[in-house]
Design a protein around this ligand. Structure first.
Ligand SMILES: CC(C)(COP(=O)(O)OP(=O)(O)OC[C@H]1O[C@@H](n2cnc3c(N)ncnc32)[C@H](O)[C@@H]1OP(=O)(O)O)[C@@H](O)C(=O)NCCC(=O)NCCS
Length: 182
């Protein structure tokens, strides 16, 4: 990755894995996003409400410019496109922190769980974060009860990091941390 892309957290898109493209969001993705943004079970542990189509459109408008994260605190938000169908089946996100630190987020629509697709996307974003963006530490903040996400994080080398837990009774989260050495 060249210096400008690295500085601006602007990876060259799309990123490609065997079954997926990780790419910028487009206005034409609305139908695909509405499917999982409106799925109560999928968003149950996300910091998102269950969204109507109109609310999903508003959320999508914000995502359109989040294919780069030039400042600390910005989110890099990539659509997960399934190559076989051309549909957006989820998203993978990285929040830019200080000193090589990032937070991660991931979601796939319900009927694409259990196929290893989320794994493919997360492996690729970790690769780009570490090889291209200078990231050396990635945290996942998981809502208590989201055992699918805890298992998923552990499978990808994240380890429990209780110092990062948030004890806010309204929005508690359990922290998991990834470093290159585990
Ligand atoms: C968390 C989440 C992304 C995990 O998705 P997932 O589809 O279970 O994860 P994977 O892509 O790793 O799929 C793993 C499963 O697919 C199976 N699998 C099938 N083919 C596979 C392949 N080619 N490669 C890897 N795994 C494969 C694995 O054996 C595994 O099964 P298991 O869970 O019974 O062990 C998903 O549950 C989700 O989107 N949840 C809602 C949003 C959410 O809560 N996000 C997290 C916020 S912190």
């Amino acid at each position: 990755m060249d210096d400008r892309r690295r500085r601006d957290w602007a990876p060259e898109l799309p990123l490609r894995t065997p079954r997926l493209l990780l790419r910028e969001h487009r206005e034409t993705d609305l139908d695909d996003l509405a499917l999982f943004h409106g799925d109560e079970r999928t968003v149950r542990y996300l910091p998102w409400p269950v969204r109507s189509r109109d609310d999903t459109r508003t959320a999508l408008l914000k995502k359109l410019s989040q294919h780069r994260a030039p400042a600390e605190g910005d989110w890099l938000v990539l659509a997960i496109e399934e190559i076989a169908t051309g549909r957006v089946i989820g998203e993978v996100d990285l929040r830019r922190g200080a000193n090589g630190h990032a937070d991660i987020g991931y979601v796939v629509r319900r009927d694409r769980e259990g196929l290893g697709l989320a794994s493919e996307a997360v492996r690729e974003i970790i690769r780009v974060a570490t090889d291209g963006l200078g990231v050396t530490m990635i945290d996942a903040h998981i809502v208590p009860g989201n055992t699918a996400s805890e298992r998923f994080a552990e499978r990808h080398g994240f380890v429990r990091h209780p110092d990062g837990d948030v004890h806010d009774p309204e929005n508690p989260t359990r922290a998991y941390r990834w470093t290159p050495t585990g």
